[in-house]
Design a protein around this ligand. Sequence first.
Ligand SMILES: Cc1ncc(COP(=O)(O)O)c(C=O)c1O
Length: 354
Amino acid sequence: MTGPDDRPTPHLVVDADLLAANVAAMAGFAAERGLALRPHAKTHKSPDVARLQLDAGAVGLTVATVAEAEVFAAAGCPDLFVAYPLWVDAAKGARLRDLAASATVSVGVDSVEGARALAAQLPGASVLVEVDSGQHRSGVLPTEAGPLAESAARTGLDVRGVFTFPGHSYAPGAPVDVAAAEAAALRTAAGSLAQHGIEPVVVSGGSTPSAAAADADVLTELRPGVYVFGDAQQWELGTVDPAAIALSCVATVVSHAGGNLVLDSGSKALGADRAAWATGYGRLLDHPDARVTQLSEHHAVVAWPDQELPQVGGRLRVVPNHVCNAVNLADELVVVRGGETIGVWPVAARGANT
Ligand SMILES: Cc1ncc(COP(=O)(O)O)c(C=O)c1O
């Protein structure tokens, strides 16, 4: 295999040893607490990474779309949860029926209409009721979980339990309190199901920032995704050690215009995410005091901490703010160990958004 410096930039590089360590650490954490681990595969979109997670004990994968489920089922993953309130029309129903022939599939529901549409296409489908634990995105109130579960069961669906995504953990200082809110919401929701005659078997939560504080007395399952690579958001939240960040974007210094450092890793390589609290559009893996301060499609302007800028033509490793979006912009992940390229993994579920 060639060395990574032979490839045109920008490209995404994954450190095989750090990746393996992240996979093992989350698997060990979940096992110690008696939690099933169902990593979200939207982060890596890679059957090769999924295989590592499943080999380390993951019970299955979480996906966001039917198209992602199709990619991972075709790659041999036997158990998939579409953690999304799908609207299942005839075309999606046909795809779900095909999927169900090769994998165990469960789906999120958060409305009676959604449950009815799913039941019409896939009678007896396994579902989890989605609950809003404070992010205010999708999901019913925890107290409404039981009534919805009862309606879903009446349409013939197999209601297996409840799930939430505590996405408001993405704020400085928030993860511990948000994990408590997640547990409270899931406890109420599970109780609500029981009051309506449905015993919840699965109580599923988890985001990467809140995973370490997940309440194993309430949850049965964790669904973190970003942990597998880490990114600049986790670095800034303090929820992933920068030394554990396994993915970076190799970029070339293309300009010193105006005394600035300019790289070729623009928003079409890094993604354009920038949370209100983020200190920039990305970080430099080997230069913690540098910040990507300006981003256009093919330019990343970097505030450099020293007088002397790295030379034009040199290469630097940029950590995207939100790794899931950066991966979705790449065709492949270049896998390295000790400076040598040991593999190239296709981002097989890239753009699998339907
Ligand atoms: C429903 C759901 N579950 C799990 C996750 C994984 O969380 P994270 O991206 O923090 O690892 C996400 C992320 O967006 C999600 O939307």
